[in-house]
Design a protein around this ligand. Structure first.
Ligand code: FMN
Length: 314
């Protein structure tokens, strides 16, 4: 029998409402029906209404919001090369180049990095909605396009989770020249720390006082290096946004191997290193906010397994 997971106050988003019995009044008997163990347990909203919740997996409204936030990730030429599959207990991320076919190893690498940023944003969004994610990267050895398998467990989100999630729609690729105000070393130290939490190394590649600071994210994780580098790039971009900094992904890291050297380097370096270069800095004084770039809608990027659909009735 399930104990029910969430002890904090619930919002309408957090609950899966299942109605049982005739609609006799506005205060209907609402019970939880867990789709996995079929137990029934109820909890109360702040307003005192009995609501049910699925404490194994977020309801479809939350999943849709999380996918929507993940899709705000930046991607090379805004190609959005990702596809999501939502099951009853998991979310899977796939590389999808239907929009813009990948023509070179550089395109492929950029697409995987973009997916890594989307994966990071998905995890941030889930955390803000009170779900901790556990990720298996490259879970299918025969399908390299299957980039990640995400399972979740309930865990109350922190104020920081919410701050990061709410920064997702505010972030822009800002290609304008930045102000000459120096990026505080404390800020860079914090970003470096957050990258290290995710297993990435952050190097400061330029003096932080002229047109922003150039940062190089570096990850060494075998075949998952590019994906993990994307995730670390997501860390840099969102932490910078929360701090009020503008950011821009720079085309090539000064230390990244040229594409023509890759086959030779693969022989020499058994564990490939992936690097992404990002510029962060203060926008020019009084710079206007940049408009958002368009994204494909959730229904164009996501397949919902029928078992994952939660139906609210009544
Ligand atoms: C892997 C990757 C490579 C990118 N390459 C470039 C680039 O070469 N030149 C550029 O101006 N922007 C580049 N961008 C930024 C994208 O063009 C930008 O993310 C996209 O247009 C969406 O806009 P937004 O970031 O403001 O949401 C890149 C972004 C990523 C994630």
């Amino acid at each position: 029998m399930c104990a029910g997971p969430v002890s904090k106050g619930l919002s309408a988003q957090d609950v899966f409402i299942a109605y049982r019995g005739p609609a006799t009044s506005a205060r209907k008997a609402l019970v939880s029906i867990c789709p996995l163990c079929h137990c029934e347990s109820s909890s109360r909203t702040r307003a005192g209404e009995e609501l049910s919740m699925n404490h194994h997996f977020p309801d479809s409204a939350v999943v849709r919001q999380a996918v929507s936030l993940a899709s705000r990730a930046p991607s090379a030429r805004n190609s959005q090369p990702w596809a999501w599959r939502v099951g009853a207990q998991s979310i899977d991320l796939f590389l999808d180049d239907i929009g813009q076919p990948l023509r070179s190893s550089g395109d492929h690498r950029d697409a995987v990095i973009s997916c890594g940023i989307a994966l990071h944003h998905m995890r941030v969004a889930l955390s803000a909605f009170d779900w901790r994610s556990v990720v298996t990267r490259l879970p299918d050895p025969v399908n390299p396009c299957h980039l990640a398998h995400i399972e979740v467990e309930p865990r109350p989100g922190t104020a920081r989770d919410v701050a990061l999630a709410s920064a997702i729609p505010r972030r822009r690729t800002d290609r304008r020249r930045f102000a000459t105000w120096a990026v505080p070393q404390d800020y860079l130290d914090l970003i470096e720390l957050r990258c290290a939490d995710g297993g990435a190394v952050l190097r400061i590649a330029s003096s932080p006082d002229a047109d922003g600071a150039r940062l190089v994210v570096e990850v060494q994780d075998g075949d998952a290096s590019a994906l993990r580098a994307g995730e670390a790039t997501g860390v840099v971009l969102l932490e910078a946004t929360v701090l009020g900094l503008a950011s821009c992904r720079l085309t090539e890291s000064p230390h990244a191997p040229a594409a023509r050297d890759l086959p030779r380097l693969r022989l020499l370096v058994p564990r490939p290193v992936s690097q992404v270069m990002v510029k962060v800095g203060w926008p020019e004084a009084n710079a206007d906010p940049l408009p958002a770039t368009p994204r494909r809608g959730v229904d164009l990027t996501t397949v919902f397994d029928p078992a994952a659909l939660t139906v609210a009735a009544g």
